[in-house]
Design a protein around this ligand. Structure first.
Ligand code: SF4
Length: 353
């Protein structure tokens, strides 16, 4: 089928309702930006998954960063979107206005020259992310080790995809026909994660739940091809790769080895979801001197009325939240899904979907 035939198929699809989840935040942003929802049949529901790292970070982690940043000898370094995520009492942006020592950068590696020039302060990176970002933190530690820097630290909230996708796949939802359906009928596999870890990481879940995965890049036409493939593969536990110029079954072995050197899997709590075994990456015991208390940050307070938990697991979309657009906006976010440019609510809001 050529691209126009695929588009026709997706526009006029009249089969059983199908629920397609894009797992990663970059796909959420690409789908919103390109207006893909507007060309799909109402029987094809696109739902946003738990792959926006900021959206799944618990409040206890934000609170810990603020506590660390209030201490005079510390400087917390973070990405710009994390700074606006509500903690249990306030966000890092509000704490910074009250004197907390918080700096924003674009890459974890930007922290190295800061720490090198200022040995009298401890520089703590707010290390959030998935398989894609963890190799960059390994690079930061490798460089810090080589330079003998003692003032480079991490507070980690690093997560892995297969375990949470497994968790989402085990759920059921009530469809618009009033009947119970699998939570998700097909997944657009996260392209960047697959590039690092290989698409093989989703094979077990695909087989276990008889659900297909298709790896795709971030172009609108390619995403449409992936949606088409997923509808055709519905009910089959297979993984297909449409992102052949970046993704292989095995992934980037060098990056995986770099991660293995510093990090080890453990349990962690996801915002709005709860604890998922084996879904975190923590520093190995021999590298604990780089850590400032990342384990056990499980407490999670959801803003009253915020439906982020249901949105990131595909139970609802943003428009079902009573706060959406009325009191929760990108300028005044009430939940993490409205803060990040990869968040489902933010993208729904800015695209006017
Ligand atoms: S609209 Fe705001 S309050 Fe509602 S789910 Fe999204 S982030 Fe939470």
């Amino acid at each position: 089928m050529d691209k126009s035939q695929v588009l026709d198929f997706l526009r006029n699809y009249d089969g059983p309702e199908v629920r397609i989840m894009e797992i990663c935040g970059s796909h959420t942003a690409a789908i919103a930006k390109s207006g893909i929802r507007s060309v799909l049949s109402p029987k094809i529901r696109m739902i946003s998954g738990p792959g926006c790292p900021v959206c799944v970070t618990v409040t206890a982690y934000i609170d810990k960063l603020i506590d660390l940043a209030m201490y005079p000898g510390n400087i917390v370094v973070t990405f710009g979107d994390l700074i606006r995520v509500p903690g249990s009492v306030r966000s890092m942006a509000e704490a910074k206005a009250d004197g907390a020592h918080i700096e924003m950068v674009y890459s974890p590696l930007d922290m190295l020259p800061m720490a090198e020039k200022d040995p009298d302060h401890i520089y703590i990176f707010a290390a959030v992310g998935f398989e894609t970002t963890t190799p960059v933190y390994s690079m930061l530690l490798l460089n810090a080790e080589e330079k003998g820097l003692k003032n480079v630290k991490l507070l980690t909230s690093l997560k892995t995809m297969p375990e949470v996708v497994n968790w989402v796949s085990s759920g059921k939802v009530t469809g618009s026909d009033g009947r119970e359906h699998p939570a998700v009928d097909g997944y657009i596999a996260p392209g960047h994660v697959c590039a690092v870890s290989g698409y093989r990481i989703f094979e077990e879940t695909a087989e276990k739940f008889s659900v297909p995965f298709v790896a795709s890049n971030f172009e609108a036409t390619e995403i449409l091809m992936a949606i088409y493939a997923l509808i055709k593969l519905r009910g089959r536990g297979v993984v297909r790769n449409l992102y052949g110029n970046a993704v292989t079954r095995e992934g980037n072995i060098t990056a995986q080895e770099r991660v293995d050197r510093f990090f080890v899997q453990g349990d962690c709590t996801w915002r709005g979801i709860g604890k998922i075994a084996g879904s975190a990456m923590y520093l190995r015991p021999e590298y604990e001197h780089f850590d400032v208390g990342s384990r056990g940050l499980d407490t999670d307070y959801e803003t009253k009325g915020c439906h982020c938990a249901k949105i990131i697991t595909g139970e609802e979309d943003s428009t079902a939240c009573p706060l959406y657009r009325k009191v929760c906006t990108p300028e005044n976010p009430k939940g993490a899904c409205m803060v990040s440019q990869e968040g489902a609510c933010f993208n729904r809001f800015v695209s006017g979907d």
